[in-house]
Design a protein around this ligand. Sequence first.
Ligand code: PMP
Length: 376
Amino acid sequence: MLYLDNSATTKIHPEVLDAMMPYLKEEYGNPSSKYYSLAENAKKAVARAREHVAALFGCDSDEVVFTSGATESNNMIIKGVADYYGSLDDANNYLLTTKVEHPSVIETFNYLGDRGYEVSFLEVDQYARVDFQKIKEGIEKRPLLTSIIWGNNEVGSINPINEISALFEENGLFLHTDATQVVGKVPVNLKETKGIRFLSMSGHKIGGPKGIGAAIVRKQSNEIFTKITPLLHGGGQENNYRSGTLAVHNIVGLGKAAELALNKLEQNVNRLNELENYLMNILKSNFSGRIKFNSDVKNKIPGLISIQFIGVNNELLLKKLSNYVALSTGSACSATKPSHVLSAAGKSLGEIRQTVRVTLSPNLSESDLDFFKQIQ
Ligand code: PMP
């Protein structure tokens, strides 16, 4: 089976699995316990993993909050800021985002909207990228929080995050970015993008295990100290932001995946670009005049290609190929609910139903992709 759905999830990296195994077997201590070596070993392993995650993002280790994944990070940050800083009694309850966020952002905004917060969703261009001018206009009302996806999971377009970050730094406003799809694919250095106060990521998108991720909560900038209301109250783990016994094995796995993602960033990106060029050439020659690309080829996530196969129903195509290749329509796309990302990018329902997302892994070979030469 040819696996080309690496934006949905990735195969766990063998080094990640090896690093995790002791913490599923003999090293089973609770890192919150004290004095004895099993607990101390677990604590040290968590601390090392935290350092690796911090290094990946160029932040301090006490700015890393381990969560169950990007869905939780997004919920925690958005609800946490809204609750801590907002007040439904006065005008201080405005939240801004875009129309092309992951459902874990969109639905959190909708939830807060139903609770009485004022929420606004920015329009995007044909590649599902947000318009810098529209953000500028959007923040005139000084939102409590603005959430802007770094790289889109359906079409791969990358937002101009450096300029956006600078704008928020200048204005002393809170910016959150969902970086789930760009981690390990583009350099992320929060020391350079100081306007990003919050970031979300998931381990299983970078060769880590499922059920673990991080919320990065920067401590301070522009004299503003960050505070958020926790989603989970309890024993006070994770600086009081996220209570619950730490999933040490998963955290160790995330730490190893983060270390690999950082060390192999350039190598992986080069390989993804090579493979993507190879595949694009096959697609262009084999499907000449019968395909359209939805992504902005100049500025997108390496290895993510969103293609419209003109006149071909995507679900039927995927089902037909399902014994040979794992592909995606790009999102949970049903008759009643077509992709909100492609709709926002101006695609018709017909075009959306012909769209297929291919997401590559650096571990593929060119001969794997020759599969596309056989499809007519
Ligand atoms: N944000 C983006 C951009 C994603 O692609 C995903 C995963 N599809 C998530 C958030 C949620 O990640 P998880 O399911 O691991 O919580």
